[in-house]
Ligand binder design. Sequence first.
Ligand code: NAD
Ligand code: MG
Length: 399
Amino acid sequence: MKSTVTTPRVLTVLGATGTIGVNTLDVVARHPGRFEIFALTGATQVERMLEQCRTHRPRYAVMTEATAAAALRERITAEKLPVEVLEGSAALTAVATAPEVDILMAAIVGAAGLPATLAAAQAGKRILLANKETLVVAGQLFMDAIAASGAELLPIDSEHNAIFQALPRDFNGDFQQAGVKSLWLTASGGPFRSWSAEAIAAATPAQAVAHPNWVMGKKISVDSASLMNKGLEVIEARWLFNARPEQIKVVVHPQSIVHSMVEYADGSVIAQLGTPDMRTPIAYALGFPERIDAGVSALELMGKALTFEAPDTARFPCLQLAFDALAAGGSAAAVLNAANEVAVARFLDGVVPFNAIAASIAHTLDRLAGGAAATLEDLLGADRQARSVAGDYLESVRA
Ligand code: NAD
Ligand code: MG
């Protein structure tokens, strides 16, 4: 489609050096003149950031790690690139909320992405939200900030992007009025879908990050293996679409072709399908409301079988823990998220077994249920406490 945009939209990409960041810049590069990069951010990957600076010429490059920032600054100076290097977490908020910025791609992994993404919501930006942990930790606060500032929120997570596409364009969160009965989140089932509980308990990090259909960062790959990713997505859907927990259904669909569905009162089920490639939801949100080229290969349906099965919460307890945290309310989802982040990191380090992830989350939720969630400070406090409780628990079960 021919572009109708005349002046470029100004974009900041938080987490530019990650999987979603790289895919975002791939789509941007397919549309010269349509977007201008204000800032790119990363944590430690200097070489990749340098390469991105050469190609995209952002005004600012942020490295949150000071040593990485120093190394990048040296290289940028040596190459005489017109890019200013900033460091530290406060710089994330600065480049997310600067008045020049139209669009924020929020693609940092984990609760580390929350403060800058929340600040962009308060500043009324168009937010392309990949960082699902923002909604898990601070759903009410974040959605209130979006409503108060008039910010626009476009989901990048493939399931939520699919649901967004399958809902009426003017959907305002009123299920009754829109005739919406349920939201169906599809889940691939991850690499351990058909494994026994014993085999899952003994799974290695390499096995957990080997996702059958999607190439993703390590943390979300482990979350997919435990089904915690789907649990986080249930909480994400609750806030994005104002859904009650019982209106959110999960179905395992191992082919990852149906990206999610909306079930209507008249029995219609509207789904979005596509090749599993995150550039589709990214391009949808970058171009919205226009459809723009994403570089994604066409969906090949001939000869393909699409299958659907119920998730098994006995072998994958993390999914149920997420529903439990949602039911508990308050800061419980922040506690769930933080405990999960700590456990996944320890698992990836080879320090605890795979099934310690669910066990440590259950333990931490038991200890810390019922906290307040009214302010960012409440939530960051719950996050800190949960990291400490989960850390102690994981120390006690280390291999
Ligand atoms: P990734 O690990 O590939 O990249 C993470 C990015 O965040 C990197 O740029 C890294 O430098 C940055 N980062 C990490 N820790 C940071 C910190 N403490 N402070 C500042 N920056 C930090 O992760 P990803 O797969 O690109 O996922 C990013 C987000 O998008 C996650 O929230 C994930 O759940 C979500 N998401 C990813 C996919 C996918 O296909 N990869 C799909 C749906 C949703
Ligand atoms: Mg997803």
